[in-house]
Ligand binder design. Structure first.
Ligand code: SF4
Length: 408
């Protein structure tokens, strides 16, 4: 079984491929920073290990006894980051894979936590695909994501495309692969994304990526700021990012001095300019957040950031021993009813508490999802455009006059 220690990353890793494809010099720039991990990454690794165990029992070691399975699972449950809901979320991933595997007339080949190499595209490139299913001329590359940050799309996903390229290189002697399907399973966000392409389209993409990978390996190419900066180790102190963000005033198309002289600009900005500024301001806001975190960490280490210091933040008063304090208040004559609120737990907490079956049979009929408030999003956002909810009355002017006339 692959453990967190085995999950080494290539310099041109598949998980960071969106970044090095879009900003090739970031790879060598990142080398100046120490390796780091987060509690979320550790949690994700543990959830992956549970997924792997479950899939191995079904597809790789069908002879695994329940006793062996439970012993291995119990070992994982002892991890300090283990939470009971992990079993349900990993079940959703396993069910999804079973659905694909059982959709074929005979048993497909299922590889779990498969190490794939894509050195023919990116030098020394390798990674671990969570699950690969092969049947006839089809390949499925499935990725489990335990995070809850943002929903990840399978469409043109570079990480999965690199895994697919590696798997095709390894299996094409045995399987005449033509159709490639990428899947992202992100159960905590109810995100099940799927995208299919052909081997010819994938090979075209590989050519472009190879060019970027060569540049990245050599530390060449253009710096390029974008959403991929979020996970770049240089996200706070990257000079290119700083220059892009502090030149925010130059982001609109009406900024040329000569134009201002010949054609005086109007005192109010246009909607087009609002769109352009907001797009750039998103990057600015994300960069400032990183910069604040960086300055805080620097000051906490005892180093100076000229013009800034650490102060004590706001804090709220708390009762240190609430049970004893409230008992004393009740002894003094205050009624329990006025001291306590009876509040039901949230739907998310109920979901963690009850089984999938009880959710479906008992609770689901009482759950409704109201229409979300209109939210600003970039044109490239995958969600459909907001449709204002209008009642039939609002839409058709209050009453059905046609019907009235018919009844006359
Ligand atoms: S912060 Fe962004 S622009 Fe700078 S190196 Fe990293 S990915 Fe490139």
């Amino acid at each position: 079984m692959i453990t967190s220690k085995d999950r080494a990353h290539a310099l041109l890793s598949a998980s960071a491929s969106e970044r090095w494809i879009c900003c090739p010099p970031s790879v060598r720039l990142e080398e100046q920073f120490p390796e780091s991990t987060s509690v979320y990454a550790e949690e994700g690794t543990l959830a992956h290990e549970i997924c792997e165990l479950k899939l191995r029992k079904i597809f790789v070691e069908p002879g695994m006894t329940d006793r062996t399975f439970n012993t291995r699972l119990n070992k994982l449950k002892k991890h300090e980051l283990y939470k009971p809901e992990m079993l349900r979320f990993t079940d959703e991933y396993v069910d999804y894979i079973k659905e694909i595997a059982y959709s074929y007339p005979s048993a497909p080949s299922v590889a779990v936590e498969k190490r794939v190499t894509y050195g023919h595209i990116a030098r020394d490139g390798f990674g671990t695909a969570d699950c690969i299913i092969l049947y006839g001329n089809e390949i499925h590359v499935i990725d489990f994501k335990y995070g809850t940050g943002v929903p990840v799309s399978a469409e043109r996903n570079p990480q999965l495309s690199l895994y697919a390229a590696g798997a095709i290189a390894a299996y094409s002697m045995i399987y005449p692969i033509q159709k490639v399907t990428l899947h992202v399973i992100q159960p905590r966000l109810h995100n099940f994304s799927k995208w299919s392409t052909t081997i010819a389209a994938l090979q075209e993409w590989e050519k472009l990526v190879k060019e970027r990978a060569d540049l990245a390996w050599e530390g060449k190419g253009e710096f390029n700021q974008g959403k991929w900066c979020t996970f770049c180790k240089a996200a706070a102190t990257c000079r290119h990012r700083m220059e892009e963000n502090i030149s925010l005033e130059n982001c609109t198309t009406t900024d040329k001095d000569s134009e201002k002289v010949l054609y005086p600009v109007p005192p109010l900005i246009s909607n087009e300019e609002v769109g352009q500024i907001l797009e750039r301001a998103q990057q600015l806001a994300s960069w400032v957040k990183k910069l604040e975190r960086y300055a805080l960490d620097t000051l906490l280490r005892g180093e100076a950031v000229p013009g800034w210091k650490l102060v004590e933040g706001r804090s709220n008063r708390t009762i240190i021993d609430i049970d004893t304090a409230f008992t004393k208040l009740q002894e003094a004559g205050y009624k329990e009813a006025v001291l306590y609120n009876r509040i039901p737990i949230s739907l998310t907490e109920v979901e963690k508490l009850i089984s999938k079956e009880d959710y479906t049979e008992i609770l689901s009929r009482y759950v409704q999802k109201p229409k979300g408030k209109p939210t600003l999003a970039l044109e490239s956002d995958k969600r459909p455009v907001y449709q204002a909810a209008v009642s039939a009355e609002e839409a058709f002017g209050g009453c059905n006059t046609f019907l009235k006339e018919e009844n006359l």
